[in-house]
Design a protein around this ligand. Structure first.
Ligand code: ARG
Length: 291
C-alpha cells in the first residue's frame, strides 16, 4: 500500500525565527515567540514526518530572515519546474534568492512570475486533482496564478480570500485526495465557496473555532494528516474519510501566522502527492492504490 517513492519535504530550521515585523494580524512584535519552544515544536514536526515515512531535506537558515522557516512560501513545485515566489512585502523578499539557489541546486527549472505579479508559492497555490486552486488578494495576485496556469497548461481557479486572518490559501483550504478537501467557508466569498463546492465532490467544512487554531494548515502524508492540536471535530470528520490525524503543538509559529503546512514544501511536487491519480506504473506496482 505504500507510495513507490517516499514523499520528499523541504523544511528550514527555526534558528533565526522570530516576530520581527507585522505583516498579518497574528504577528505582534511586542508579544514575540519563544525560541526554545519553537525549536522543540519544529523538531517534533520533522520527527513526525520522518516517522510517517517522508524524507525531510533542510534549507540552511539565514540571519535576518525570520520567516525563511515557512518553506511553503518558497515557490510552487510542479514536476521538474519551480515557480519562485515574488513576495508582497519587502521584509520577505530577501528569502527569494535563497529559495532559488536551493531550487537550482536541486536541478529544478526555475521560473519567475512577471515583475508586477505577487505570488507566494504553495501557500497560495494548491492542487486538488489536476486543478490549481489559487488564493488571491491578500498576498498573491490572481494574474500571477493565471500566468502560472497557462505556463503549466492546467486550470487555475482564483479564490478571493476575504478574511485577513486567513491571508494564505493554505490557512483555510487543504486537499486530502483528488476529490476531497477540507476548508473553512468563512475565509472565502460566496463565489469562492460556490467554486469549491462545484469543483470538489467531497468537502469537509471546518468550524470557525477550529479554523482559527490553524487546523486547515495541515500536512498530508499518505493517509495521515499532521495538524495543530485542538481540532477534535475535524479529526472526527477526516477519520470518517479514512484519514488518521497527528495533532502537534505549533503555538510559536501561529504567533507568526503559520502552522504545520506553512513549515513544509513538497519537493516531489503535486504529481507525487496523495491526491493525484496514480500513474499507470504505480497502479501496476500497487493494485490497492491509495487513491
Ligand atoms: N509570518 C509569515 C508571513 O506572514 C507566515 C507565513 C505563513 N505561510 C503560509 N504558507 N501560510 O508571511
Amino acid at each position: 500500500m505504500s507510495n513507490p517513492s517516499p514523499p520528499r519535504i523541504l523544511m528550514c530550521p527555526p534558528d533565526y525565527f522570530g516576530i520581527e515585523y507585522e505583516i498579518n494580524p497574528w504577528m505582534n512584535i511586542r508579544q514575540g515567540a519563544d525560541s526554545d519552544r519553537a525549536r522543540d515544536q519544529w523538531r517534533l514536526l520533522r520527527e513526525t514526518l520522518l516517522d510517517l515515512g517522508a524524507q525531510v531535506r533542510l534549507l540552511e537558515p539565514k540571519p535576518g530572515l525570520p520567516d525563511l522557516v515557512f518553506t511553503a512560501n518558497a515557490g510552487l513545485v510542479y514536476r521538474d519546474r519551480f515557480f519562485a515566489s515574488r513576495f508582497r512585502y519587502g521584509v520577505r523578499m530577501g528569502e527569494t534568492p535563497f529559495f532559488i539557489e536551493w531550487a537550482q541546486a536541486e536541478g529544478f527549472q526555475v521560473e519567475t512570475t512577471p515583475d508586477d505579479y505577487h505570488f507566494e508559492g504553495a501557500g497560495d497555490a494548491l492542487f486538488c486533482g489536476d486543478t490549481l486552486f489559487a488564493g488571491y488578494r491578500l498576498r498573491s495576485d490572481a494574474r500571477g496564478h493565471q500566468w502560472i496556469g497557462e505556463r503549466l497548461g492546467v486550470e487555475a481557479l482564483p479564490l478571493e480570500l476575504v478574511d485577513p486572518r486567513f491571508y494564505h490559501l493554505d490557512t483555510c483550504f487543504c486537499p486530502l485526495e483528488r476529490d476531497l478537501a477540507i476548508y473553512y467557508p468563512g475565509a472565502f466569498d460566496e463565489y469562492g465557496r460556490a467554486v469549491l463546492k462545484d469543483q470538489i465532490p467531497r468537502l469537509i467544512e471546518v468550524a470557525p473555532e477550529e479554523a482559527i487554531s490553524f487546523s486547515c494548515n495541515a500536512v498530508v502524508v499518505g493517509r495521515t494528516v499532521v495538524l495543530n492540536e485542538g481540532a477534535p471535530k475535524l479529526a472526527r470528520d477526516v477519520a470518517a474519510m479514512g484519514f488518521a490525524t497527528r495533532p502537534l503543538a505549533f503555538s510559536e509559529f501561529i504567533k507568526s501566522g503559520g502552522s504545520a503546512k506553512c513549515l513544509t514544501l513538497r519537493i516531489d511536487g503535486e504529481e507525487a502527492a496523495g491526491w493525484k491519480a496514480p500513474s499507470a506504473v504505480d497502479t501496476k506496482k500497487d493494485t490497492h492504490s491509495r487513491v
